[in-house]
Structures are given as structure tokens and as C-alpha cells.
Design a protein around this ligand. Sequence first.
Ligand SMILES: NC(=O)c1ccc[n+]([C@@H]2O[C@H](COP(=O)([O-])OP(=O)(O)OC[C@H]3O[C@@H](n4cnc5c(N)ncnc54)[C@H](O)[C@@H]3O)[C@@H](O)[C@H]2O)c1
Length: 268
Amino acid sequence: MQQGLQTSCLTGRRALVTGSTSGIGLAIAESLAQAGANLVVHGLVDAEEGQALAQSLAEKYKVDCHFLPGDMSDATAIEQLVQNAQIALGGLDILVNNAGVQFTARTENFPLDRWQSVLDINLSACFIAIRAALPAMQAQGFGRIVNIASVHGLVASIEKAAYVAAKHGLVGLTKVVALENANAGITCNAICPGWVDTAIVAKQVAARASRENITEACAQRALVQDKQPMIRMTAPSAIGDLVRFLCTDSGQTLTGTALPVDGGWTAQ
Ligand SMILES: NC(=O)c1ccc[n+]([C@@H]2O[C@H](COP(=O)([O-])OP(=O)(O)OC[C@H]3O[C@@H](n4cnc5c(N)ncnc54)[C@H](O)[C@@H]3O)[C@@H](O)[C@H]2O)c1
């Protein structure tokens, strides 16, 4: 069997992945567990569903896996989530800030409460989680922080004022945390995906299909084609595998970056 990234390179590492009950977060959790990391999965599902997911990952990958809830728009809940993850796993080596939401409207029509919640969940939650996780990482001299930003952390699209502002902010936050911890054994990077085939995109596909009276398959192709030279969505597992690489010893000097995984979107 091939050794290295595929198997046990993260054995014994302890990871919290926010928003990991679906989509990209679940793929990240699977990729880390496959490499041997013990995990806390987290998301908006009910406790029974979350615990069943944790149990299935634990059995599949022979790792320790727990489910913890926590609303990422509530600062106290985020601090408790980090603290409870540290207690459940006996510490924390890896923090992946993945939970995120989208809302689209032109700026002049953007509801204030939606602006606030997109900023809270996509940006402030990452700051609060990082702030809570850093002291123990600094004390142990090891940490890997990965923020799932977006191409919208690097470039803009219409009707995404809050999302683009939040993701640009997240790329900036990533750089500050990387600089402040450059000699503390801690790296901090942002991943900037283009289109990834998940539920967050499904709404935009459905809206385009209904607006243009076309099938969802045609709508998905049209959405991708508008932005990406490569007319295919990225698989969630590809983001999971990149997170895993960043968490290995090979990633120890890779810090402060914003890595596009975008089919050439930002190369144009
Ligand atoms: N799918 C894409 O094309 C794409 C592209 C670029 C970036 N991203 C980013 O990837 C991340 C994951 O998105 P996804 O595509 O997997 O979407 P998704 O909707 O499948 O997953 C979002 C996750 O966030 C969690 N979440 C949302 N609001 C929450 C809240 N208030 N409290 C706690 N958890 C909450 C959900 O439970 C879910 O697990 C997001 O940050 C998103 O912005 C996605």
C-alpha cells in the first residue's frame, strides 16, 4: 500500500472542523480521519444525526470522533465549541474554519440582518475560534489553522457584497495570524475554492434554472462557464486532500497563503 499522505501521516493529531456535517467540511473531516487524525465534527444538524455521523467516521477510519454543536453566529457558543473540542480530544492541533453561508442580492437591496449574519458566520466566527485555539497551540509549539475562504476572498462577483467582504477579510485575517505565529510552530492558510459541488451551490443552480427556464444540469454548466476556464466543479474531496497536506509536516513552512483551487478562475 502507498505510504505517506494516504495513510497514517496525521496519526494522533487532534482536529476540529467546523461545518463538517455536509459538503466540503465533511470531505475535510474524512480526509483528516483517513490520515489518522482524531476529530470533532460540527454543524447545524440535531445531536442524534451528528452523533451517528461521528460514530460512522470513527468506525470507518478507526479514529476517535465526536460531534459537537454550536451556532457560529454566537460568540459564546464558538468559544465553548473550541473548549469542548479540546476537552473531548485532550487538546487541539488542527483547526479548520469551514462553516459558511451565502446570501445574494444587489448591494442597494441587501438586507442588513443578512449582511450581519454572513459577516458573523463567515468571518467573525473564524476570528473567535482562532483566538480561542491559539493559546494552547502556542504552548504546545504546534498548530495548523486552515480557513476555507473562496475565490471571493481574492476577486468579486455581483450580488455577493457580504460574502465577498467576509472572504476578503478572512484572507487578511489568515495573513495576520500566520505572521504573528511564524516562529511558534503554527501555520495559518486560506483555501480559496471556485465552484465546488455542494448544497451551498445547489440554491444558485436552482435559481438560475428557474430564471432561464433551463435544466439544472444546464444551469450548473452555465454558472461554472461564466467564471471558470475549466468547465467543471471541484470535488469536495480535493479540498479535503489539500487541507490534509497543509496539516502534515511537509506543510510546516507553507503559511500566510491564499491557495486558489478554482479551475483557472483567478488566473484570468
Ligand atoms: N461550494 C462552493 O462552491 C464553495 C466555494 C468556495 C468556498 N466555499 C466555502 O466552503 C465552506 C463550506 O461550504 P459548502 O459548500 O460545503 O456548503 P454547505 O452548505 O454544504 O456547508 C456549510 C456548513 O456550515 C454549517 N453552518 C452554516 N451556518 C452555520 C451556523 N450558523 N452555525 C454552525 N454551522 C453552520 C452547516 O451546518 C454546514 O455543515 C463555506 O465556508 C463556503 O463559503 C464553498
